[in-house]
Design a protein around this ligand. Sequence first.
Ligand code: SAH
Ligand code: SF4
Length: 393
Amino acid sequence: MSASAPITQDVLTIPRKLPDGGKVNLVGLTRDQLRAALIAAGTPEKQAKMRLNQIWQWIYQKGVRDFAEMTNLSKDYRALLAKNFDVAIPEIVSKNVSADGTRKYLVRIAGGHEVEVVYIPETDRGTLCISSQVGCTLTCSFCHTGTQKLVRNLTAGEIIGQVMLARDDLDDWTRQGEGMGERPRLVSNIVLMGMGEPLYNFDAVRDAMKISMDGEGISLSRRRITLSTSGVVPEIAKTAEEIGCMLAVSFHATTDEVRDKLVPINKKWNIAALLDALRAYPKLSNSERITFEYVMLKDVNDSDDDARRLVRLIAGIPAKINLIPFNEWPGAPYQRSDWDRIEGFADIIYKAGYASPIRTPRGEDIMAACGQLKSATERARKSRAEIQKDAGL
Ligand code: SAH
Ligand code: SF4
């Protein structure tokens, strides 16, 4: 099965009111969009930048959604904002907490669609794994999300909204009178590794990540944001130039023959083309190294020869290799490699000079681990036969 074309999305440069007179949601608007919206609503041009910074601090640093609470703005101005705008984020439908502390949120977005968001607490950080699409147009044969037929791009507001709802749930906002950095942030890292292919929803992902990195926005360093792609080659240089975050790539195989089956986008952009794009990334984005994700599938991609080929292929690219033991899901056509095989593989990579952490599956008991995400309520599920056909089995 070949990769599907990207879904296009209408992006409004100046947010307009909905035909029914509905209010414009400020969450997810870029600096330029918000500035234009504030001016259109009557903010004097000279004040727009200052107002924007104040509003962003309330929304993205303090978690305030009610204009009445934005106390450094005049009463009249607060009324003007309330008349024209909303501060709205997606709604948590349910929350599961794993025995290991991982939290999985099922989140409802406009149109009744659902996506999943996972929070993974670690000793030195807290990572939020967010989604960029409902489902995924790609059909990687080992990935649960790829079996979901219904796909829609998330808006920038829905993407940054996932960060905001997790901060709500974790009580992770800077409170009034409390300086930034006084208590450790619970959401200290963001990974775009949930549902969807982020580079098939480029503009919305970029806009949301810019808000995450902005000093008046969520204020996370770009080194704390990792975008994972299956290998949408033409968008990789754009990611470096327009977002500049860390990059992870779902590599998963060392020959085109195997990668064609596991990550079908490989038929469009093969390993050689992907490696060319990756070689250019660190310089373009000024980031140190690329993470190569490699899912360990028993007897498919886990031999010593694979490990040696992998090392040869990535020679010269500053890299970290993340070995992911396959996470099972109902009807999956693969099995996880045995533990000693994973260690043998890791050893070859380590001896070649690469960090090769084996990612401990987190939140497996609540189906929150990598590749297990898929809205439980999503009924348009592919049959097992279809999954196996796509996998070329
Ligand atoms: N679409 C993007 C990001 C989401 S997937 C991408 O493919 O990179 C996040 C990571 O989980 C990817 O490396 C993906 O290949 C991996 N993954 C998918 N299904 C998995 C599974 N069942 N077990 C382990 N990892 C999986
Ligand atoms: Fe989509 Fe990534 Fe899953 Fe492939 S691994 S189907 S690109 S979410």
